[in-house]
Design a protein around this ligand. Structure first.
Ligand code: Q9C
Ligand code: ZN
Length: 338
């Protein structure tokens, strides 16, 4: 199994996030990736595929913004991490605004996702990590590849950041796979949170299926996406499947939902699977409320592996830092490859 990790991702290090009315130490710490890397070993660095594959899922205006945002923040006389305070919501239209605070509002949807000095470089190499891990699957050289991406990606949409995510690593890889000739690609999202960015990117597409198992957005972030009645639009009607589950869900009900998601993937008959893997479904995760145990992760992986598709595993969330490396290793072990 090729495992890709690029240390330039660690340059992204936001200090604080706004949560439940106060500033707290940011949960998406660089140490997360270091703990996984240390536990796994044998990792390869990323190759640079440039900006073009990023712009197949994100608008070039958004990518330009992300690349320049922190420098613009400093140029405005600010210090520390850039974060917005005004969001346009119902009047999100192409005004030609220059002020950094306006742009931060335009291109983001929450206050948990600051742009720090190293954010562009970290996020850029996160996307390249996913693209690098995809290559041996495209070449038919392996069945399983792991992209140790950080920051995560599944909350980042066509032209917005949020949920600790800036570039949608899994979506970038899925689109690169269809561009390379895969007629249909499925994305299975098993992070605790709904992958709203991935859903938005492919909502009207018929060549990428998005299936997600996540905490019910009636009670959990991101609230405004991930409800069961969101099923796709236009050509993509029926190519989005949301399986929200209540807080407290443990392995039994989780694996039942996984069976439903896998049945939908089989019916779609893709030639490649991208798994957005979050270990924040773990019982001791500090910001999440499912009850999966470490021993459940190989069972989830075995069910996915039984589809017998080439699969790219892309790292998303998981915030129980001390257990994270072990949970990821347990998941990867379930694919039965060295
Ligand atoms: N009080 C990922 O797992 N904040 N993002 C939740 C809870 C946002 C998580 C606040 C969580 C985003 C990739
Ligand atoms: Zn998550």
């Amino acid at each position: 199994m090729l495992k890709v990790f690029d240390r330039r991702q660690l340059l992204h290090a936001p200090a604080l996030e706004l949560q439940n009315g106060g500033w707290v130490v940011h949960a998406e710490k660089a140490a997360r990736a270091e703990m996984i890397a240390e536990r796994l070993g044998g990792l390869s660095p990323a190759t640079d595929f440039g900006r073009a594959p990023l712009e197949r899922v994100h608008t070039s205006a958004y990518v330009d913004f992300l690349q320049a945002a922190h420098a613009r923040w400093l140029a405005a006389g600010r210090e520390g991490d850039a974060i917005g305070y005004t969001w346009p919501v119902v009047r999100r239209r192409p005004l030609d605004l220059e002020r950094i605070d306006a742009l931060l509002g335009l291109y983001s949807y929450d206050a948990g996702t600051p742009i720090a000095a190293g954010t562009w470089e970290g996020a850029y190499w996160g996307a390249q990590t996913a693209l690098t891990a995809l290559q041996p699957l495209l070449a038919g050289e392996t069945r399983t590849a792991f992209a140790l991406c950080r920051p995560p990606g599944h909350h980042a949409g066509p032209d917005y950041l949020g949920g600790y995510c800036y570039l949608n690593n899994a979506a970038i890889a899925a689109r690169a796979a269809t561009d390379a000739g895969h007629a249909r690609v499925a994305i299975l999202d098993v992070d605790y949170h709904h992958g709203n960015g991935t859903q938005d990117i492919f909502y009207d597409c018929d060549d990428v299926l998005f299936a997600s198992i996540h905490a019910d957005p009636a009670t959990d972030y991101p609230f405004f996406w991930g409800h069961a009645d969101e099923t796709g639009d236009g050509a993509g009607a029926g190519a989005t499947l949301n399986l929200p589950l209540p807080r407290g869900t443990a392995a039994g009900a989780y694996l039942d939902a996984l069976t439903r998601a896998l049945d939908a993937i089989v019916a779609f008959s893709p030639s490649l699977l991208v798994v957005s893997f979050g270990a924040d479904t773990f019982e001791d995760d500090p910001i999440s409320h499912f009850q999966l145990r470490q021993a459940d992760y190989p069972r989830v992986a075995e069910a996915i592996a039984a589809l017998d598709l080439p699969r790219l595993i892309v790292m998303e969330g998981g915030y129980a830092v001390d257990a994270l490396g072990h949970n990821v290793a347990a998941f990867l072990d379930g694919f039965g490859e060295a």
